[in-house]
Design a protein around this ligand. Structure first.
Ligand SMILES: [Zn+2]
Length: 375
């Protein structure tokens, strides 16, 4: 028993050491010993094994105020990879994440969504070609995460609610039969939160508003998406306080936040895109300004409501994020102060930092992180 206990400690130690490389750009032996409270000989043994297994690399030496020029170690981004996919109505985005979670390669394929076997077969083939053109062998790919517009089962194997693309009931089997590595689904709003948390290296809890064609929301608590006891927490986009007379939502109800704070709500059935809208706004178009002000009013209400039950940093992410600047945040803050029941409590707003392929990236990251923890 004692021997088994010791082995468990050693394994844990080893996993923790590798996890540390995922969390830091580079480390010295001393950094690891100090962070984990391990002895230097233990750290040396773990480093040797990690180097032998190709999981980390020696990357020169540290310079400057670190005393002796200590060896610098980094995670080997090519040790293994994970694929992330996002399905849109008219195209798909595919990314390949390296072992450090950074995007190594990306691709977009124009293809109309069809919930039928030929569609999933074509995408799977495209993914296999994408991988074979990469630095990775297929055997080095640990999994495929698929970001979907819908709620997924807790094991990530089935779409429980997917009205936007009519994907309710679809299981990962539609891809799995064509691919040699595990496939799982991730709710797209969760994927945005996961990417944002990763890119900003944020440790604190946060609420994410993913403002795209549709609105998505997610709560990050203790580094994990908070799904609640029964699984569907974090779908605040369907909070409604005017279900009788509010705007009609795709969920079948009325007055949901989705119908006021999504990009669809801002563009309101027009054929223009966001770039065109903000061009109008920038040249002082009065109608555009009216719509923008009305949109910000509604967004402020949405934020105040979210703040009522989770007073965390609220991150405005998704497609709209690149059009939001500090001036917009100030205008939102003013509105919030006017309507909040607790105006003395400031809302902590931040702008999302992630760029393109946000959902595909966030779909790949959870499996990658779980895999790292299993090493
Ligand atoms: Zn709704």
């Amino acid at each position: 028993m004692a021997d088994q206990g010791m082995k468990a400690v050693q394994k844990n130690n080893f996993s923790e050491t590798f996890r540390l490389f995922y969390e830091h750009e580079s480390l010295s032996k001393k950094d690891i010993a100090q962070t984990l409270g391990n002895s230097l000989p233990t750290v040396s043994t773990n480093l040797t094994t990690l180097l032998e297994r190709g999981l980390i690399l020696k990357d020169g030496r540290f310079t400057g105020a670190r005393g002796r020029r200590a060896d610098r170690y980094i995670l080997n981004p090519s040790a293994f990879g994970c694929v992330g996919l996002e399905i849109f109505r008219e195209f798909v985005s595919i990314v390949l994440l390296g072992a450090n979670g950074a995007v190594r390669q990306q691709h977009q394929l124009m293809i109309d969504f069809k919930n039928e076997p030929g569609y999933y077969k074509k995408i799977s083939q495209e993914i296999r070609n994408f991988v074979s053109d990469s630095e990775f062998d297929e055997g080095e790919i640990i999994g495929l995460g698929v970001g979907v517009q819908g709620l997924v089962s807790s094991d990530g194997q089935e779409i429980l609610y997917g009205k936007i693309l009519n994907m309710t009931g679809v299981t990962t089997d539609v891809f799995q039969r064509y691919l040699p590595y595990p496939v799982y689904f991730v709710h797209d709003a969760d994927a945005v939160a996961i990417t944002e948390q990763h890119v900003a290296k944020r440790q604190a809890d946060a609420v994410y508003l993913s403002i795209g064609e549709h609105l998505g929301t997610a709560m990050m608590v203790d580094g994990q998406i908070y799904h609640g006891t029964f699984g569907s927490s974090g779908t605040m986009e369907h909070i409604s306080i005017n279900s009788k007379y509010g705007r009609r939502c795709y969920c079948g109800r009325r007055g949901c936040l989705e119908t006021y704070a999504s990009i669809s709500a801002l563009l309101h059935g027009r054929t223009e895109n966001l770039d065109q809208f903000f061009e109008l706004l920038n040249v002082g178009d009065e109608k555009a300004l009216e719509r923008w002000n009305s949109y910000l009013d509604h967004l402020a209400h949405a934020i105040v409501n979210l703040q009522m039950f989770a007073d965390n940093t609220i991150v405005l992410a998704g497609d709209l994020a690149r059009f939001i600047n500090q001036d917009t945040l100030q205008r939102l803050q003013k509105r919030i102060a006017k309507i909040s029941p607790f105006p003395e409590i400031a809302a902590h707003l931040e702008i999302g930092k992630a760029d393109r392929y946000v959902v595909a990236e966030g779909a790949g990251l959870p499996y990658l992180q779980a895999y790292i923890d299993s090493i």
